[in-house]
Design a binder for this molecule. Structure first.
Ligand SMILES: [Zn+2]
Ligand SMILES: [Zn+2]
Length: 447
């Protein structure tokens, strides 16, 4: 889900545009002894990393699709129980919740996804997946091509680090293992199963995603992180007939063609030009013969936006334009359906900046502002919309040299969802555990 190309260019643009968050010096003074906490996390990892590495490779070699992650969830439940957490399984079908109460203070949620993708792995790694599962009645290869396995290793590593550091913080930590992120149903399923009613509503939350940026690096982004994605389907109705006698017909292909062109003026003329918004028609279907005017024509597309008011404007514009094209042809009203996908993930600016101060202290210039939101979507947004202010971080996963070579040569590295996507485990997992543990301890410091 992360674009790799042009990262440096985008970063340069962001800097020149003055977009890098200026962190006030007064805040940077903070009370957390970042160096000491990081050193303690590192010391813990020196002993615990081999265990995390084995867990990561086991999960990688045995990936499971959304809502089928029973073995994966069982492995994580076993890990967290062994660390002393109170674990509940089967939340939102295959989700898990691991809680530790450590005195008064805020409740902080730490989320990982559990699911993999229907992709045939081609990395050639010794721990590559050859697993298959049934998806929609058909057998398919399964691969952790999005890096959710790495998130799980980080999640368990943070679980261990927070236990080691429990004299330093106070409050409740709520670790959640969320199913079915890729199909955008898992977060909703956990919420519908009473996640917050049963376990308490967190005061704040953290999550991260690994991508094809250099390992050792962490990026933060206050505000919009990723986009809303909606599916669009329109069926235009007409009256079929002979291609030589159009006056006796209502041509749905003409209705659809006008719509495809006119709907772009919703993007260019109706929404704020400075606000992100895309309408793309990616599929059209109508007719089978060149000399027959068909009865109907249909199209499918995608709608992307960051802001809910822009989203509403685009949807209203689509409906109005489709109806108008039909009316202009004297045709029956079209069927327009919008299928809601993932919603924009919007990070809490205050929490993100508060965390960024600590990350900067720990990682120096390897912690930086993410230059632009990503057009992909992510259902962690459901927890934010349910009222949990959050900081969703981006974690580097590839060899810095390979990254530099790719920028120089213009040859892209495999990104998330590619059958060749292969983050480097140890430095990525260690950085993830350090960053996330610091983020959590920072907001739960003992008074
Ligand atoms: Zn993904
Ligand atoms: Zn993902």
């Amino acid at each position: 889900m992360r674009p790799t190309l042009q990262r440096n260019c985008l970063k340069a643009l962001a800097i020149s545009a003055g977009l890098v968050a200026g962190l006030p010096a007064a805040h940077a003074a903070g009370t957390l002894d970042v160096v000491a906490v990081k050193a303690s996390v590192d010391k813990g990892l020196d002993g615990f990393y081999p265990h995390l590495d084995a867990l990561y490779k086991d999960i990688h070699a045995h990936p499971e699709l959304g809502f089928q992650e029973t073995q994966t969830a069982a492995k994580l439940a076993r890990e967290m129980r062994a660390l002393g957490y109170e674990v509940t399984e089967g939340v939102g079908k295959t989700g898990i919740v691991a809680i530790y109460h450590n005195g008064p203070g805020p409740t902080v949620m730490i989320r990982t996804e559990l699911d993999a993708l229907p992709v045939e792995e081609k990395t050639g790694l010794p721990y590559a997946s050859t697993a298959k599962q049934i998806l929609n009645g058909r057998e398919t290869f399964v691969d952790h091509a999005c890096g959710h396995d790495l998130h799980m290793a980080v999640w368990v590593g943070v679980g261990k680090a927070l236990m080691d550091l429990r004299s330093k913080w106070s409050g409740t930590v709520m670790f959640i293992g969320q199913p079915a992120e890729e199909t955008v149903g898992g977060a909703k399923a956990m919420l519908a199963d009473g996640l917050f009613a049963r376990f308490g509503k967190p005061d704040m939350g953290f999550a991260l995603h690994v991508g094809a940026t250099p390992y050792g690096e962490v990026e933060y982004r206050p505000g919009v992180y990723s986009s809303t994605s909606d599916e669009l389907h329109v069926v235009f109705h007409g009256r079929g007939g002979h291609g030589s006698m159009p006056a006796a017909t209502i041509d749905p292909i003409v209705e659809m063609s006008r719509f495809i062109v006119d709907v772009q003026t919703v993007v260019s003329r109706e929404k704020d030009p400075a606000a992100f918004g895309v309408i793309t028609v990616g599929s059209v279907q109508a007719g089978v013969a060149g000399n027959v005017i068909p009865d109907q024509a249909q199209l499918a597309g995608t709608i992307r936006s960051y802001d809910p008011t822009v989203r509403q404007k685009l949807i209203a514009g689509i409906q109005r334009t489709a109806a108008a094209e039909a009316a202009m042809s004297g045709a029956p009203a079209p069927d327009v359906s919008i299928i809601e996908g993932g919603k924009a993930l919007v990070n809490d600016p205050a929490l993100t900046e508060r965390t960024a101060i600590v990350l900067k202290k720990a990682f120096g210039d390897k912690a930086s502002l993410m230059p632009a939101p990503i057009p992909a979507s992510e259902d962690y947004s459901e927890f934010i919309l349910a009222g949990v202010p959050s900081d969703f971080l981006s974690l580097g996963g590839v060899d810095p040299q390979a990254y530099a070579d790719s920028i120089r040569s213009g040859k892209p590295l495999p990104v998330n969802h590619s059958p060749f996507f292969a983050p480097v485990p140890e430095p990525s997992i260690r950085t993830g555990v350090e960053a996330m543990t610091l983020a959590v301890v920072n907001v739960m410091q003992k008074k």
